[in-house]
Design a protein around this ligand. Sequence first.
Ligand SMILES: Nc1ncnc2c1ncn2[C@@H]1O[C@H](COP(=O)(O)OP(=O)(O)OP(=O)(O)O)[C@@H](O)[C@H]1O
Ligand SMILES: [Mg+2]
Length: 307
Amino acid sequence: MTDQATKLRQLVTDKEPDVSEALKEAASPIAPPTLSGAREDTRVIAITSGKGGVGKTNLTVNLAIALGQKGHRVLVIDADLGMANVDVVLGSMSRHHLLNLLEDDVELDDVLIQGPYGIHYISGGSGIEKAQDFSYEDRQKLMHKLSGCGKLADIILVDTGAGLGKNVMDFILAADEVYLVTTPEPTALTDAYAVMKAYSMYATNKNIKLVVNRVYDEQESNDVVTKLQQTSEKFLKMPIGCLGYIYEDRSVASAVRNQKPFLVSQPKSVAAKCVIAMADTVLYGGRMTVKKGWRGFLQQIFNFSRV
Ligand SMILES: Nc1ncnc2c1ncn2[C@@H]1O[C@H](COP(=O)(O)OP(=O)(O)OP(=O)(O)O)[C@@H](O)[C@H]1O
Ligand SMILES: [Mg+2]
């Protein structure tokens, strides 16, 4: 049986199948455009959150660098359109962005940026109006032009906007895997649950994992994960995995201020250690565990960012 995702995936394979049926479905209210491209083995991971500002972009960029350092070809797509988050965190500027692909004379090569630290990325643009929901024609064009991404990367990380907007949901539903970022704050948890609920209703192949950011210790992360897992199983009948956690660390804010990802500017910080360990979990599974150690202890007690 071919499901909607398979049909959409077929749209971007080398042999163009009869697309009329799949395209009709692509125009339906929640119709994910595929981002995987012609290669079936490229992993497409959407990094999302319910509440804004919980650390998606920093996770995306630094995880991309960590995976790159481990020898993988990674492409970051900034799908938080208009906010240019990835450019800011990377400290680079791009002339073209994702929405330029809607113009007839702009091709994938024009928007694909060889960013610093071995990262390829496609900017979400800045100063442009927040994208309207894509029309059927827009989707077709984007799908077609993005199909080449599959050949360029082993892993595609898509940094989405926060919340349940249609474009955010499209990206989440189109991805093979979803990393849902939250902090331990009750408001972030409630908003994370809203994303889980929408995902449980619309995703065909469910694969969602939690990342708990800004925790003070491992137990705090475990508590958040247990709470969300139990709620998900009880009310949504959906199992939800856990990718890991990142400690509260001033290195993150100072890296953003200096527009240099913390994995590069402060590779020994506890946040960097967590992301490096998380990259192993992304690649090989298993459970990450990072001790804060003396440096982390001092950072936390004295608010030092460069011990
Ligand atoms: N582990 C952390 N420790 C301390 N501060 C953090 C941590 N993670 C994120 N922050 C702070 O939160 C800010 C927002 O992070 P980021 O831009 O990655 O969030 P976001 O989810 O992408 O936001 P948006 O929803 O606006 O796109 C950072 O600039 C930093 O100041
Ligand atoms: Mg962001």
